[in-house]
Design a protein around this ligand. Structure first.
Ligand code: MN
Length: 196
């Protein structure tokens, strides 16, 4: 079964003004779709032909990894956003963040700094280990923390294609806008699933 581009849980213009319809049209409609098409093409006739996307992320290399992980990463990223997003998480995730960084504002500052300082293309991740301990991780290119045995909780795409149409070279402005559309109830539910 070939992989498919997952549906977005919102209309393409609904994240405006944080992320424009035009950016979603290219980022989701072109870039994400191209990674889907490429990985489907590359796995033909290989040991990964019938593998799950998670297995591809964890075990493959080269072009299969690059395109497969980009499919996984983008699906996770787009799903974490919502037109009614923003604010702060509640409950277990809020307490885990306070444990690690003191406050949500301090966490947000550290995550934003990691996103702004990542050189070149990549992803910044909020991860949890199997005990629920949180960390902020920078990954270059298609990097994904599943390869380090960590559970992804939230991610921010800092490839230029994620923000250039809206913010040109001003990555920090894109990072500020990202916080206005994070779907914290969904992210907190994800974390609760990891940390039991
Ligand atoms: Mn991207």
């Amino acid at each position: 079964m070939p992989f498919k581009l997952p549906d977005l849980p919102y209309q393409q213009n609904e994240l405006e003004p944080a992320i424009s319809e035009r950016t979603i049209q290219f980022h989701y409609g072109k870039h994400h779709q191209t990674y889907v098409d490429k990985v489907n093409d590359l796995i033909k006739g290989t040991e990964f032909e019938d593998a799950s996307l998670e297995t591809i992320v964890k075990e493959s290399d080269g072009g299969i990894f690059n395109n497969g992980a980009q499919v996984w990463n983008h699906s996770f990223y787009f799903k974490s956003l919502s037109p009614s997003g923003g604010g702060e998480p509640q409950d277990k995730l809020a307490r885990a963040i306070e444990r690690e960084w003191g406050s949500f504002a301090d966490f947000r500052g550290e995550f934003s700094k990691a996103a702004a300082s990542l050189f070149g293309s990549g992803w910044v991740w909020l991860t949890a280990d199997d005990k629920g301990v949180l960390d902020i991780i920078q990954e270059s290119n298609a990097g994904n923390p599943l390869r380090r045995g960590l559970n992804p909780v939230l991610t921010l795409d800092v490839w230029e294609h994620a923000y250039y149409l809206d913010y040109q070279n001003k990555r920090p402005d894109y990072i500020n806008s990202f916080w206005k559309v994070v779907d914290w109830p969904l992210v907190a539910e994800r974390y609760a699933g990891i940390a039991g």
